[in-house]
Every structure is written in C-alpha cells, then in structure tokens.
Ligand binder design. Structure first.
Ligand code: NDP
Ligand code: AKG
Ligand code: MG
Length: 418
C-alpha cells in the first residue's frame, strides 16, 4: 500500500487475521502508533522503552516490534495540512495492520471538532472498550482495601449519546427536531422549547448484544464470577432499560443462563471450569457507590458508553488514578490499544506524567498478540518499580519515602526491573 506521509518500516511484516479472527503474528510485526496530543509526546516514547525492553528480554532478539507512526490530532494538522485531523490513510493503516496503539487526543469542549477518539472507534467499529482495573501492590489509594478492586469494564463504544447526534440551541436543525417531536410525536415535556439544544441516544439490540456477548465470553475464558449489567433503566427505559433486558436475554439464549432465585438475576455454569457465573444488574448511580463500598462483589461489568466513561475514571481513582489505567478498543479483528486518560495539557512536554497507563495498554496489546512472556515481564517490571517506590509525581505526592522519577525515567525503571 502506498502512503502519502506514513513511512512503512523496512523489514517489518503485517499481522494477518484468520477466518475465525485469530491472529497470525510474525516475529517482526509492524505496529502503527499515534503519538497523541498533549502528554502524548511524553508517554508514548516512555511506553516504547518499556515494551521494547520486555520483547528483547523475553525473546532474546528473535522477536521485535517495528513501530510505524501514523498521524491524528494536532500532529496530523502539521504533517498533512491545517484542516486534516484524522487522515484517511491513518484509518487505512490501523485497519490493515490490525493491531495498533494510540496516545490521547484533544477534544475541545462545546465547539470545534468532535472527538477524534470517538471518531476512530466509530469509523473502525471498535465496538468494545475494554478497561481492566486492578490494584498493584504499593500503589497509593484513597480506599481501605484497594486489592478488592479487580473489575473489567466492557464499555459499549459505538452507540449511546456518544454517537454525536445533537443540535445546538437556536439552530434551524434543533428547532426542526423539536417541532417534529412536539407536532408529530406528541411530546409535551420539553421544558423550554424555544431555545433548546437537543440530542439523540441510539441503543440497539445488535449493539447491546455484541458487547454483552464479549463480556460474558470474557468471564467464561477468564473464569470470572459475575457479569454486572450497569444501566440507568429506571429513567431511560427504552435505551438503558432495554440494554439490561437484552443483556439478560443474550445470557439466556447464548450461554444457557437461568433465573437465580426467581430472577431478575441469572446464572449459568462456565463450560470450561464448571463454576457458576452470575449475571446481575445494578442501576448506574448506585453502582458508583457500590464500587467504593463493596468492590469485592463486582467483577466483569458490561455497560453503555457514557456510564462506562464515568465508571472507568472513578474505578481508576480507587487503584491509583488514570495515570495507570489501561484500555483497548476492540472490533472482531481490529484492535487499538489506548490509555484511559486524556492529554493533560498542563503537563504536556514536561516529561513528568505517569506513562503507566499506556505501558499497561501495551501490555494488553502484547497479550492480545500472544506474546505473553513479554507481557508478563512488563507487569513484573511495573510491580517491582512501584514496590521499590520508584514512581512519577502522581504516586509520589501520595507516598512517603518514594523516589520521584520523570516520565521517561519511569519507562526505564520498568525496563530495568524486569
Ligand atoms: N482517549 C482519549 O484520548 C481521551 C482524551 N481526553 C481529552 O484530553 C483532554 C484533557 O482532558 P481532561 O479532562 O483534563 O482529562 P485528562 O485525563 O487529560 O487529565 C485529568 C487529570 O488526570 C491526571 N492525569 C491524566 N493523565 C495522567 C498521567 N498520565 N499521569 C498522571 N496523572 C494523569 C492529572 O491529574 P492532576 O491534575 O491531579 O495531576 C490530570 O490533570 C480533553 O481534550 C479531553 O477531551 C480525555 C480523556 C480520554
Ligand atoms: O474523546 C475524548 O476526548 C474523551 C474520551 C474519553 O473520556 C474516554 O474515552 O474515556
Ligand atoms: Mg473518559
């Protein structure tokens, strides 16, 4: 494939996909990466230090990642032209090379471009946002028993109010939608119809079931105890409420789940381990309390886009903050790994922030590629560096007697502690 600006590394090879969506990973895979805006310039190189060291150590030079820079966000406007935020060839490369990783991208509030992060997920139909949240020994936490926090969030990534279907107050479009709702749909409860922004929240049976299927399958494959459907279905009955109903329906249809004590909770036997998996649901606001007071009772979580966004940062705070919260955006074949945090503009370019989030996202990427030995080394390096008190500012400010490291130094400390 000929690219305009992307330089394909010589000597690397493409990851390919089999009919059953398993991967063929060569020893020298080309991995596209988006550096990211803001602190992207800090965390992305630090991530590469740690990951290259883990791969080198695990496979003694037999395997190596060939990093290929692709562009999005502010850097794309410099490399291409001032109006190009998400070049078509970036989307092509991410699709074609199957597995990629990205730093954070800026989204202006209120106006300007819509989220490039959300656009990438939608354009590539990366419908699952997978965010595991667990505690590492030694990490400072505001809760008494952070080791009880061990949850895996499956956040629906393609629907909900994140679809971006909304119109600004006072525009002809907003007025047209409001007129339609009032005159043709019998809507009487738009409180101030004259000057009102309006948004649409699409939630479908297909979108829900493909997400819940992934969550239940993950629970089976990883021998987890429960899957909790998190929703605000008491208020938004036909979107969030239906998400819950369709989730239970899928558990019954595809996993053989049956009502537990008369329902609505369900349960089924894990066909791999024989253990029981409980499928339950919790209303979203109550869930934000539950994760603080009774975290041990929750395991795999399946939820809608906005709930998942809120839950990700709240849960991350319990185990050290978004500085070490990793994630992945997954389609059936294409996977794009990505930190939970944003561009933290006040720290951009200072070599200060915690690269742990992107390093752990890359750890998930290595595991996804089947390079488990290297992934295990990354975890080991991270755990040891933190337990020795070698940490960046975010942990340092909460720890006694820790050694303050720069972002790049933490990447190196992970490498040195493998
Ligand atoms: N997926 C993505 O690319 C995402 C992009 N964004 C975008 O990022 C921009 C900034 O968003 P904002 O709401 O400020 O959220 P950010 O996640 O960028 O930052 C919020 C705070 O979190 C802490 N933090 C974030 N990253 C790190 C890190 N690596 N190490 C240590 N601490 C960290 C800092 O806390 P403290 O001040 O306490 O030190 C920071 O001020 C916006 O444009 C937003 O749209 C937001 C989320 C995800
Ligand atoms: O796209 C953005 O700017 C924010 C996205 C976000 O907060 C997230 O994915 O967690
Ligand atoms: Mg978020």
């Amino acid at each position: 494939m000929g690219f305009q600006k992307i330089v394909v590394p010589e000597g690397g090879e493409k990851i390919t996909v089999n009919a059953d969506n398993t991967l063929n990973v060569p020893n020298n895979p080309i991995i596209p990466y988006i550096e990211g805006d803001g602190i992207g310039v800090d965390v992305t190189p630090a991530m590469m230090i740690a990951i290259d060291a883990a791969v080198q150590k695990a496979y003694s030079g037999e395997r190596k990642i060939e990093w290929m820079e692709v562009y999005a966000g502010e850097k794309a406007t410099q490399v291409y032209d001032p109006d190009t935020w998400l070049p078509e060839e970036t989307l092509e490369a991410v699709k074609d090379y199957v597995v990629s990783i990205k730093g954070p991208l800026t989204t202006p509030v209120g106006g300007g471009i819509r989220s490039l992060n959300v656009a990438l997920r939608q354009k590539l139909d990366l419908y699952t946002c997978l965010r595991p949240v667990r505690w590492f020994e030694g990490v400072p936490s505001p809760v008494k028993k952070p080791a009880d926090v061990d949850m895996v969030i499956f956040r629906e990534n393609s629907e909900d109010i994140y679809a971006g279907i909304e119109w600004k107050a006072g525009t002809a479009e907003a007025d047209k939608v409001i007129k339609f709702l009032r005159e043709e749909m019998g809507v009487t409860n738009i409180r101030f119809p004259e000057n009102c922004g309006i948004g649409v929240k699409p939630v479908s049976v297909e979108g829900t079931k493909r997400l819940v299927r992934q969550a239940l399958q993950y629970a089976v494959d990883n021998d987890r105890e429960s899957v909790t459907l998190v929703h605000k279905g008491n208020i938004m009955k036909f979107t969030e409420g239906s998400f819950k109903d369709w989730g239970y329906e899928l558990a019954k249809e595809e996993f053989g789940a049956e009502l537990l004590d008369g329902g609505p909770w369900m349960q089924f036997k894990n066909p791999k381990s024989g253990k029981t998996i409980v499928v339950k649901d919790v209303i979203a606001d109550a869930m934000l309390q539950q994760i603080l007071l009774r975290p041990a009772e929750y395991d795999v979580i399946a939820t809608l886009n906005l709930n998942g966004d809120y839950l990700s940062d709240a849960l991350a705070a319990e185990v050290g903050g978004i500085g070490i919260a990793p994630g992945a955006n997954l389609a059936d074949a294409v996977a794009m790994f990505e930190a939970t945090h944003g561009t933290a503009p006040k720290y951009a370019g200072q070599d200060k922030v915690n690269p742990g989030s992107l390093i752990l996202s890359a750890e998930m990427m290595l595991r996804h590629m089947g390079w488990v030995e290297a992934a295990d080394l990354v975890l080991q390096g991270m755990e040891k560096a933190i337990s020795k008190g070698e940490v960046t500012y975010d942990f340092h400010r909460l720890m006694d007697d820790a050694k303050l490291l720069k972002c790049s130094e933490f990447g190196q400390a992970v490498a040195d502690n493998m």
